[in-house]
Design a protein around this ligand. Structure first.
Ligand code: PEP
Ligand code: MG
Length: 902
């Protein structure tokens, strides 16, 4: 949009002019305020400056242009007329809040300024009008503090220090105990602080205040934490934010006033009961900022029963209207209830599921709507761990159970430390007095979060829940000893780096590392998954390498094994020495010896897999990684050699280590990922693959004898030429006919297929399909080789910069690169099926458990995805969502076509 198009375009909407569907223009908050106003609810009047105005603001070099400013002043004039209060007028001053409101909710990520319109004159007016100078100067000092920080860039800690000093001077503990004179004095000190730090005076012209506040809120779209949040939640940068200018109502005018946040259902458990918190005699941000620990919403019934019942009625009305759990901010001014915002409530996985299922049961939404409501990534949260009974009994401190799941890690006191330590591979628990949105990177880098202050709707809780991180809030028994750089709980001192275990479900903190219990499926999850299964067409298989994992996968609904990486069976403590002997063998006989020892082990592995997956396909991939991965590192051998040489009578041991060293050197490669691995290994050492094939068929025969139905699928890795596949197919058929009886051959309808993970395989899929019963796209390697990024190095080296600079939209090892890798998959799938229509094709790389990639797999007509066991529920939901999304886009196209025809 250019300037010319912006001029004369309506970019300021009074609340009564908008509605819920105008989210793109008015942002979520603006659209909902408009909708509530229309519904006749008690919303303080105001207007919204649109997201288009925000984009124009950026285009104009971060300046509000004259036309937008003119419309804002018109909106203000209309507001003044409606309220009978006037901006900057001493006797009837109008005060407004200026709040961000993006299209996609980004709680706490952008800025807000309250009490705009106060200056040295109007503060006196408010003081006289309310007969409450304490209140008036409290509002004024808050304005200077917020404005000073957000607009003028003064560190908010400096204001806090002055506030703390004033409390000490007056000998009081809480903010609301500071006297009117103390606040008056504080206002002077704040103004001086602003002048000292910025060289500018806190503006007395209220229109300047408004303009600067709106500009600052627009600018906060690009602050660091908002950018991180957008990247994390895949929110486009070019949405921009709207700004809501709303007349102030006051929760801090005394004990008949208050402010709070209420959810229509419990966002942690999903329970259908009001959940929230409030503070008496406090102003808006106090609850969300987590500065004071609020009271539970149920306590409002005792303090103000009428207000409580009105609140109860109104919020349920809103929930029914939006057909979803609502997160509502309210203020009570002299026993009158005002709604300041409603939005769909952020919830954790457990609550999301329960709420979606309950809403279907209550007849409010359909099953398909319920499926759409679930964020598949959230399901991972549900499958979160918990602490043991033993740990529960030994907890040191208890706080609010703000986000479920348990975590173990080393304590870090600052977000930067958490980020640095997690980069070193450490597990971190971030412990903060309270978290501010600036801490988001720290929260992201941590396993879990603990805060000393703040409630369950504080920033820390909301962000942690959104990320699925365990969080314990409001742990007031913990003392922060800043000077000693430690915390204290009772007599126990905890230093940075000490290990703790936290339980966000119970709100517990335990000293030390405790074992965590694995999660279980809930009734709601099973129900929702059953609905998803009715809808989806993609099959969901598991990547599992051990019978135990296969069992877990089956419990989660796996319809078979899509990838069993047999090398993972070789790393077992007992087996590794045998595998090493096999690799180190000087001649074929010695190798055969080792292989003969491995064969029964592999056979029992496969029997276990077949039993766990009885009747379902089990795709077994023959050995893939380079052999040196099974041998000790060269440095380890050198050290061992040095040690042995210092001792007597070690000639034999020395010779063994020297032999191992020689082999390690011989196997060393400059680019092992492009070297002797996958089927290349099988061609160089056919006896290894032969052993595996034999073990598979012996396991199949044994199962068949016991009446267990088996469906083995043998998969060849890293095929690039059809001849490689043909080479192994012939051997497989030969070994099968040697091991299985005629009858067993009929019963065991085995398949032979290939990974498609080398670009050449994708490009020659037509030839390969002739000899393959299935294609399994190994998108880890296919991504590595298509992009030319080493999968072992890219993430630690350059990928984060690529993401920071938006050179790549996503990490291609997590989310499929549809335009590149995706095209190869599509091409190979189409080409393969043109030769062999019954060819089965799916994805078994990491992308098989990523919702966006699953959607792509469905759209291009693959038959299945395969992912790790704990991701199976997620994949089942994502596969159902892919169907619904596809149906919707078909519907939209047909509506458009019909529209054109008319
Ligand atoms: C792949 O490359 O996508 C794959 C599944 O194989 P691996 O990760 O074992 O190389
Ligand atoms: Mg691979």
């Amino acid at each position: 949009m250019n300037m010319a198009t912006m001029v004369n375009r309506k970019c300021v909407f009074a609340f009564q002019e908008g509605h819920a569907k105008m989210v793109d223009l008015l942002g979520g908050k603006g659209a909902n305020l408009a909708e509530m106003t229309r519904a006749g609810l008690s919303v303080p009047p105001g207007f919204t400056v649109t997201t288009e105005a925000c984009l124009a603001y950026f285009k104009d070099g971060n300046q509000l242009n004259d036309d937008v400013m003119h419309q804002i002043l018109m909106g203000l004039a209309q507001l003044e007329r409606g309220k009978g209060q006037f901006f900057g007028e001493r006797d009837k001053p109008l005060l407004v809040s200026v709040r961000s409101g993006s299209v996609t909710s980004m709680p706490g990520m952008m800025d807000t300024i309250l009490n705009v319109g106060l200056n040295d004159e109007t503060v006196v007016g408010i003081s006289e009008l309310t007969g409450n100078p304490r209140f008036a100067f409290d509002c004024y000092r808050r304005l200077i503090q917020m404005f000073g920080h957000v607009v003028m860039g003064v560190d908010s800690q400096l204001f806090e220090h002055q506030l703390e000093r004033m409390k000490k001077r007056e000998g009081v503990l809480r903010d609301e105990q500071i006297s009117a004179d103390g606040l008056k004095q504080l206002v002077q000190e704040y103004k001086l602080l602003v002048q000292l730090k910025t060289g500018r005076i806190f503006p007395q012209d209220v229109v300047d205040q408004l303009r600067l506040a709106i500009e600052a809120v627009f600018s906060s779209w690009n602050n660091a934490r908002a950018q991180v949040y957008r990247r994390l939640h895949r929110i486009p940068d070019d949405q921009g934010t709207a700004v809501n200018v709303q007349s102030m109502v006051f929760g801090n005018m005394g004990d008949t006033c208050g402010t709070g946040v209420v959810f229509t259902r419990n966002p942690s458990t999903g329970e259908n009961a009001l959940f929230g918190e409030f503070l008496l005699n406090a102003q808006g941000e106090d609850v969300v900022a987590g500065i004071r620990t609020p009271m539970p919403i149920a306590a409002l019934e005792q303090v103000m029963p009428d207000v409580y019942h009105e609140l109860q009625r109104t919020v349920k009305q809103l929930e029914l209207h939006y057909q979803d759990i609502q997160d509502i901010e309210f203020t009570i001014e002299h026993n009158k209830l005002y709604l300041l915002q409603t939005r769909s409530g952020k919830r954790n996985a457990q609550a999301a599921l329960k709420i979606a299922v309950d809403l279907v049961r209550e007849g409010i939404i359909t099953k398909r709507q319920a499926i759409e409501r679930i964020d598949p990534m959230h399901l991972e949260q549900l499958l979160h761990r918990a602490i043991s009974e033993e740990a529960q009994q030994q907890s040191l401190a208890k706080g609010l159970p703000a986000s479920p799941g348990a975590a173990v890690g080393q304590v870090a006191f600052h977000a930067e430390t958490a980020v640095a330590w997690s980069k070193e591979g450490k597990r971190v628990i971030l412990v903060r007095p309270e978290t501010t949105p600036e801490d988001i990177e720290g929260v992201l880098a941590s396993e879990g979060v603990v805060t000393l202050r703040g409630g369950m709707t504080s920033h820390a809780a909301v962000v942690a829940r959104g990320m699925g991180k365990p969080c314990v809030c409001g742990c007031e028994t913990i003392q922060f000893l800043e000077a000693e750089h430690c915390i204290q709980i009772g007599n126990q001192v905890i230093q940075e780096g000490d290990w703790v275990t936290i339980d966000g479900h119970r709100g517990l903190i335990c000293l030390g590392e405790f074992e965590l219990k694995e999660p279980e499926m809930t009734q709601e999850l099973s129900e929702l998954l059953a609905w998803a299964d009715e809808v989806r067409t993609l099959r969901v298989l598991a990547n599992a390498d051990h019978p135990h994992d296969a069992q877990v996968a089956r419990q989660f609904g796996a319809e078979g094994i899509g990838l069993c990486r047999t090398e993972h069976m070789f790393f077992d403590k007992e087996r590794l020495p045998v595998v090493q002997r096999m690799i180190l063998a000087e001649h074929a006989d010695a190798r055969q010896d080792a292989l003969a020892q491995l064969l029964p082990m592999q056979q029992s592995d496969f029997e276990g897999m077949f039993e766990a997956m009885e009747g379902l396909p089990v795709t077994i991939r023959l050995l893939d990684p380079p052999l040196h991965e099974f041998l000790p590192k060269r440095k380890e051998l050198q050290d061992r050699l040095q040690e042995l040489r210092g001792q007597v009578g070690m000639a034999r041991e020395i010779a063994d280590v020297e032999a191992a060293m020689k082999k390690v050197e011989a196997l060393e490669e400059v680019n092992p990922m492009l070297g002797q691995r996958g089927c290349r290994l099988g061609i160089v050492y056919p006896e290894v693959y032969d052993m595996q094939i034999e073990a598979i068929f012996k396991a199949a025969a044994s199962c068949l004898e016991r009446g267990i139905i088996v469906r083995p699928e043998i998969m060849i890795p890293l095929v690039g030429h059809v001849t490689e596949l043909k080479f192994f197919r012939d051997r497989i058929e030969q070994i099968a006919s040697q091991i299985l009886s005629k009858m067993q051959l009929q019963l065991c309808a085995y398949k032979v297929g290939t990974m498609i993970e080398v670009p050449r395989a994708a490009l020659t899929a037509r030839q390969i399909a002739v000899h393959a019963d299935f294609f399994s796209f190994g998108t880890n390697d296919l991504t590595q080789m298509t992009l030319g990024y080493s999968r072992d190095d890219a993430e630690g080296k350059f990928l984060s910069q690529y993401l920071d600079h938006r050179i790549l939209p996503h990490n291609p090892f997590q989310v499929l690169d549809e335009d590149g890798v995706g095209q190869l998959i599509q091409l190979a799938n189409t080409a393969g099926k043109s030769v062999k229509p019954q060819l089965k094709a799916g994805v078994c790389g990491e992308h098989g458990g990523d919702p966006q990639s699953i959607q792509f797999c469905h759209a291009i007509g693959l038959e299945y995805v395969s992912c790790s066991p704990y991701r199976i529920p997620l994949a089942r939901i994502a596969a159902a969502q892919a169907v619904i999304a596809q149906e919707r886009s078909v519907e939209e196209v047909s509506t458009q076509v019909k529209g054109k025809a008319v």
